[in-house]
Design a protein around this ligand. Structure first.
Ligand SMILES: Cc1cc2nc3c(=O)[nH]c(=O)nc-3n(C[C@H](O)[C@H](O)[C@H](O)COP(=O)(O)O)c2cc1C
Length: 483
């Protein structure tokens, strides 16, 4: 079962010995980052820093640092459990007779049980600080890498709503602490809260913002999920955890936040109020340069009586991004298949930051099918930022990078099988010669057909495979060989 709040999950990890409490004083300036990066790369436990220099608030780190922990937090045995559940909902069998009807209603019903639920009283409202009582210096922010431009909250969940439609958004964007009441909103150009900000700016209005820390694990994951702007992350979080998320009205802004969060910041974003943000040692493993981003003044902080904070370290992969990205890859396969049914499976390598490369397998049905799929991916929501797409035949295991590179390296004639285009790239991409757009490539590593012009030597060669009868015999006799 998924955990309702961060602290009950940490207690469970503690019981299992998968949480390490660090009692000595540690410095959020570089020291915590160095410790967490080492522990994460070694596949180590979640960490609770109980004595963070300069702050009375303990800091939980590396909480989702392994697939095992993220799965446990979400109450899952495997990421595929959710893909199958989503697949089942999206493709209800046509209701044949009463049994089928019941099944279809059952599926709809299970969706209806999960919209967020409003509550009046919330643990996160046990303490309310307003105006000059607000002091962000008391809330630990991390200075992670030596050339960072300051201290950042790396796991604050930003809530905004579209000023025209009222549709809410939840997104994870890093927040630079500029001073005791001001933070920088690093929502990138393709992100939903950036859109909300643009709408408010066009109307000359202030945008209400709430930022929640230490949220229920399903909510934290959902804030990173690339959902289209009109799909509520809270519905998705409820779906993931199999229970409605309890939410409470904020004290000073017309937004709701999880009642079980640990700390919430509230404020109104003035149109045009910007401050330089960064540099920041980013997911790419490189520093992203300083750039102006909106600056939010915090009017109100609400929190539990003895709150704790959760944060995350990003930098050169692998990092804690790994489990979050792998969850997204698996959860979104059925959704991607709705838009591009040609896809059999796909894999987004973590070393490519999940958007630099997509390996896609297809059941090739017509000439240039691979090229159609490449262009479909470049037109599919956030997948559109993918720089390299490698298309392989359905019999290739896309998760086996050795097999993929064998196919891609051997099956490609670069004069014919390489598609090079230009299009939008991730805000953080440093390889493109200007911000926001650049060159992308697709490699058709499928077996080529005569209709595609491959007519030499009687057609595409056969793959080398063992004789199945002999392979069976060798398996049976393996022990006899003494190997
Ligand atoms: C640890 C972590 C930090 C992130 N930081 C940022 C960030 O600073 N800015 C940003 O635009 N996206 C950031 N992202 C990616 C967004 O959370 C992700 O694109 C999400 O889908 C955005 O939500 P939205 O689609 O509702 O805008 C981060 C993701 C992770 C896992």
């Amino acid at each position: 079962m998924a955990y309702d709040d961060l602290r009950s999950f940490l207690r469970a990890l503690d019981r299992e010995g998968d949480l390490k409490r660090i009692k000595v004083e540690v410095d959020p300036y570089l020291e915590i980052g160095e410790i967490v990066d080492r522990v994460n790369k070694a596949g180590g436990p979640a960490l609770l820093f109980e004595n963070v220099k300069g702050s009375p608030i303990p800091l939980a780190m590396n909480v989702f640092g392994t697939d095992r922990r993220l799965l446990k937090a979400l109450g899952l045995g495997s990421y595929e459990e959710i893909s199958e559940k989503i697949g089942g909902l999206l493709k209800p069998e046509l209701p044949h007779g009463v049994g089928g009807l019941r099944e279809a209603f059952g599926k709809l019903g299970s969706m209806a049980h999960v919209p967020p639920k409003k509550v009046k009283d919330a643990p996160v409202h046990e303490v309310v600080l307003t105006g000059d009582q607000v002091d962000l210096d008391a809330i630990p922010a991390l200075f992670t890498w030596p050339k960072d431009g300051g201290s950042f909250y790396n796991l604050g969940l930003t809530h905004t709503k579209d000023p025209e439609t009222g549709v809410r958004n939840l997104g994870l964007y890093r927040l630079q602490r500029h001073d005791r009441r001001t933070i920088g909103m690093h929502w990138q150009i393709h992100k939903d809260s950036h859109n909300h900000y643009q709408v408010a700016a066009r109307r000359g209005e202030r945008l209400p913002v709430a930022i929640a820390f230490g949220c229920p694990p399903a909510v934290t994951y959902a804030s990173t999920a690339p959902l289209p702007g009109d799909i509520d992350e809270y519905l998705f979080a409820g779906f993931l955890q199999g229970r409605r998320v309890e939410m409470v009205d904020c004290k000073t802004v017309p937004l709701q936040v999880p009642a079980n969060a640990e700390v919430v910041l509230e404020g109104w974003l003035e149109p045009g109020k910007m401050l330089p943000e960064g540099p920041f040692g980013d997911h790419t493993g490189f520093y992203t340069p300083q750039e102006d981003f909106p600056a939010l003044t915090i009017d109100c902080v609400t929190m539990r009586r003895r709150p704790l904070l959760q944060s995350i370290v990003v930098g050169r992969p692998p990092t804690e991004d790994g489990p979050l990205g792998r969850a997204t890859e698996r959860f979104f396969l059925p959704l991607l298949k709705i838009i591009i049914p040609d896809i059999v499976d796909y894999h987004l390598p973590e070393s490519g930051g999940f958007h630099n490369c997509a390996i896609v397998s297809i059941d090739k049905k017509y000439p240039k099918h691979a090229q159609k799929v490449m262009h479909a991916i470049w037109g599919a929501h956030m997948m559109s930022l993918t720089k390299l797409i490698i298309v392989v035949d359905a019999d290739c295991d896309v998760h086996n990078l050795h097999e993929v590179s064998w196919r891609a390296l051997g099956n490609t004639d670069y004069a014919r099988d390489l598609t090079v285009v230009e299009g939008p790239v991730d805000h953080l991409d440093h390889s493109s010669y200007q911000k926001f757009w650049g060159g992308k490539a697709g490699i058709d590593a499928t077996a080529k057909w005569p209709e595609e012009g491959y007519t030499r030597d009687g057609g595409w060669p056969e793959m080398v495979e063992s004789d199945p009868r002999i392979a069976d015999r060798v398996t049976r006799r393996w022990k006899e060989y003494g190997l």
